[in-house]
Design a protein around this ligand. Structure first.
Ligand code: DX5
Ligand code: ZN
Length: 220
């Protein structure tokens, strides 16, 4: 069985020691970068500059999660800065089909994220156009929040929809928020491919070991 893909969120890293923090999670599969604008979500983080820095100091592919209004205006700069996957929120973009194809044309993989209260049905018509669907299991804005258990139903629903597509049309299912060693197994069983974890990795004493356990959580 394939391992679960793990994306540590640098939101929980010590930004004063970014190189060492990035080095400590190098056995992961991606680096997750949370971009917040203080409008779509009630918090501010960083811009394309940090993506450029991470591209320079890390060899992991960058999984950039845009929690911003008007993502179409910023897609190009984030991709030029080094985003390998660019994920936008469905709630802020009325022309998702167009934006997803713009992201792909700019050379990145295109993801769409859903807040906990947004149903998977909003993506049903464009699922084959997407490289990735990111299901939020907390309300976005902050690290260290509690996983919302009712999202397991949503994940299972999405898995069924995705599996009804031809294999080459199936987007990756990613999940983000409140995931740690003690609940990753139930998330994995809901059929996800890729897991974001911030505090669940950075706040553990042996990050490499946590990442290894998470990657293999489907096996035990
Ligand atoms: C939340 C962010 C998450 C966050 C996850 O708005 O999108 O990526 O960093 O942090 P944890 O794993 O601590 O919930
Ligand atoms: Zn995120």
């Amino acid at each position: 069985m394939e391992t679960l893909k793990i994306a540590p969120s640098i939101l929980s890293a010590d930004i004063a020691n970014l190189s060492a923090e990035v080095e400590s999670v190098k056995t992961a599969d991606y680096l997750h970068v949370d971009i917040m604008d203080g409008h779509f979500v009630p918090n501010l983080t960083y811009g394309p500059g940090i993506v450029k820095v991470l591209k320079r100091i890390s060899s992991l592919p960058l999984d950039v999660h845009l929690m911003i209004d008007n993502p179409a205006a910023f897609a190009q700069v984030f991709i030029e800065s080094g985003a390998d996957i660019l994920t936008v929120h469905a709630e802020v973009e009325p022309h998702l089909h167009r934006l997803v194809h713009q992201i792909k044309d700019l050379g990145a993989k295109a993801g769409v994220s859903l807040n906990p209260s947004t149903p998977v049905s909003v993506l049903e018509s464009i699922l084959p156009d997407l490289d990735l669907v990111l299901i939020m299991t907390v309300n976005p804005g902050f690290g260290g929040q509690k996983f919302i258990p009712s999202m397991l139903y949503k994940l299972k629903k999405l898995r069924t929809l995705v599996d009804s597509l031809q294999p080459e049309d199936r987007p990756v299912i990613e999940v983000d928020g409140g995931i740690k060693i003690d609940n990753i197994k139930i998330v994995a069983q809901a059929g996800v491919d890729m897991v974001v974890s911030g505090s669940g990795i950075f706040k553990t004493p042996d990050r490499a070991q946590t990442i290894n356990l998470m990657q293999n959580s489907r096996l035990h």
